[in-house]
Design a protein around this ligand. Structure first.
Ligand SMILES: C[S@@+](CC[C@H](N)C(=O)[O-])C[C@H]1O[C@@H](n2cnc3c(N)ncnc32)[C@H](O)[C@@H]1O
Length: 231
């Protein structure tokens, strides 16, 4: 039995914390008892198994530690996750979104194989081998409206990829969260210039950037944008 005191996150449902504010650790309740996805620590606290959520491995964890104003998580979310990779972050979302569903799009076959191995026993993840640049190609796999799009594809045209998926799938009051990696867009330009450029592309297409959270502490040259459709 662990001596760590785990408590509810004050804002995000099904996210748990331990430690003082300046050294906060994040956890989710493991829905597949005993199984690790990326070597994360498992902790048994009062008969419940938690998985430590590493902000150096998961940008959503880094975002939560950045204390965003927007509460983008809910137990029943219908989520489209672009750039699912081998399942690190999507598995924590799967612990959180207990009565919702997550469609995880990934185009690299090797990552998809790992994703399938890592998450086959999680019934709320639907893995889709597809290319996020062509959202219409996976429309037959998506059979609900989407409340939340999370994108982490590290591609040169990140804003355009997000927009085409939002225009295709996102509900009018839905939320887009996009991890922008400046080095993937242009390694010669200053990061701040690239972040502004991506924000402008989103805003010109009828979206509002509600907040921008710098996660450089955990992921070099990254910010995260929280975006909504402008009404
Ligand atoms: C930085 S990793 C994502 C890490 C993941 N979000 C996590 O936290 O566990 C980026 C992933 O996006 C995938 N990717 C890049 N471009 C893509 C595209 N056009 N369509 C689908 N997946 C793409 C890559 O293969 C890679 O697995």
């Amino acid at each position: 039995m662990s001596k760590i005191e785990i408590r509810n996150h004050p804002k995000f449902p099904n996210v748990f914390i331990s430690g003082p504010q300046d050294k906060l650790k994040l956890y989710t309740k493991n829905v597949v008892i005993g199984k690790r996805i990326y070597g994360e620590r498992l902790i048994n606290h009062r008969g419940i198994e938690y998985r430590e959520w590493d902000p150096f491995r998961s940008k959503i964890a880094a975002l939560i530690l950045g204390n965003p104003m927007t509460n983008f998580l809910a137990e029943n979310l219908k989520c489209l996750y672009l750039g699912a990779s081998s399942g690190t972050s999507i598995s924590h979302l799967s612990d959180i979104i207990q009565s919702g569903i997550i469609y995880g799009v990934e185009f690299a076959e090797r990552s998809m194989r790992q994703l399938l191995q890592n998450t086959s026993d999680r019934t709320n993840i639907i893995p889709i081998l597809g290319d996020a640049r062509f959202p219409e190609e996976y429309s037959r796999n998506i059979f609900t409206e989407i409340d939340f799009i999370y994108q982490d594809v590290a591609q040169p045209n990140q804003a355009e990829i997000a927009l085409s998926n939002c225009n295709y799938y996102l509900k009018d009051d839905g939320i887009l969260i996009i991890a922008i990696k400046s080095q993937s867009i242009d390694s010669l330009q200053k990061s701040e210039h690239i972040y502004d450029q991506e924000k402008k592309i989103l805003e010109k297409s009828g979206y509002s950037v509600i907040e921008s959270v710098n996660i450089h502490k955990y992921a070099a040259n990254h910010i995260i944008l929280v975006v909504k459709k402008s009404i």
